[in-house]
Design a protein around this ligand. Sequence first.
Ligand code: ATP
Length: 426
Amino acid sequence: QAAQEAQERGWHLYLVGGAVRDVLLADESQPLLLEDVDLVVDGFHRAADVGAGVTLAKALRERYPNARLDVHGAFQTAALLWHNDPVLDSLWIDIATARTEFYPYPAANPEVEASSIRQDLYRRDFTINAMAARLTGRRGEALPLLDFFGGMLDLRSRQIRVLHANSFIEDPTRIYRAVRFAVRLGFELEPQTQDYIQYALESGVYERSLGANTRAPALETRLKAELKYILEAPYWQRAFQLIGSLGALRCLHPSLKLDPLLWWRVRLIDRWLRRFDPDQTLKHWQMRLEVLIAHLEPQERGKVAENLQLPIDSIERLQHLGQAQTEVVESLPQCQRPSEVVLLLRQYKLPTLVLIAVHSYRAIRRKLWHYFTNLATVQAPLNGNDLKRLGYKPGPHYKEMLDALLTATLDGVIQDEADAQAFLEQ
Ligand code: ATP
């Protein structure tokens, strides 16, 4: 339908990017389900048609009133979205007008001007993502694949290759994307592309832009999005190792490296989270990211978390982690009775305690593990309702009574309801 609408207006319509790659990679054993489709309109002659992508999306919306239409004026793009549609299920179609992006300074936000499909493809990240299939044409005509940069060859030889030497200087998120595609597809980073990554990392361009105003806020958002994508994927460990071996954690902070201790900590926190947060009430990908940030000097952590626009509770956790760690490491060994352990540790939430655990020496870690497995879930035999039922007048003293009951339960003084009643009567 989209092709027909474009054809009627004398435009060309192309399927571009990841969808072309995935169609070419698909085999019969694994049916391909496209949920995210990028289209580009090209071939118009009048200046008024620079908004062709938006015009086309609006025309399609009239045919499919179920779709939601989002227009992004600044980038001349529009999106059509179907969510739980009876026929299309969930589908997201982005329609852009062929464009060139130029970078006024490194690592900045792309600006846009109308241009041709070749230039549109040239601004993309990797050859395998820079192919287009033309959807418009004469009836019966074989629809051509546009492959200006050797994408097909790289798909066959399973290589991730950038289109030009400055690619990573322009956009550091491409390093993370390269890793993501390499690991997800089982491809290799083409050797010269690896050299370009090294060159970009060593050029200092990211360090100079870190925290400085030259680094566009959109860059941080995209960096976080790529990190999230990687850290929540089933293949996150392999991707993380590859990022580490490239030295690409430097994009987050100049001193951040994947040393053996950090590698051990990210895997350890995973074990703790699987054990103590099996329902994933916490965002595990974000906790992995927090371990990375916590590997920095305490005074650097909050800044990096802020730069990455992590949620406020995460920023605060990282800012105060050093202090919480000192308190726990100093006080926990002094606790004699189980109730003292609970009194100390219940001031902290689960994410803070697991971060402390992976940053502590073994004896502390053991005590924290014991706290989570044996103590944190202990309840007194009576609750507030029971106190009411037993005739105690409600009031602020309830808290005191319940705390005393919990303490006595934890320390083994009382075991059941009868013990608890006797304890209260004393
Ligand atoms: P996925 O299947 O993981 O969504 P995708 O290739 O569709 O993969 P997107 O992040 O949706 O990835 O991006 C769509 C297309 O936009 C890519 O195929 C690529 O051509 C282009 N692209 C995305 N991010 C960048 C970038 N940072 N630099 C250059 N091109 C990019």
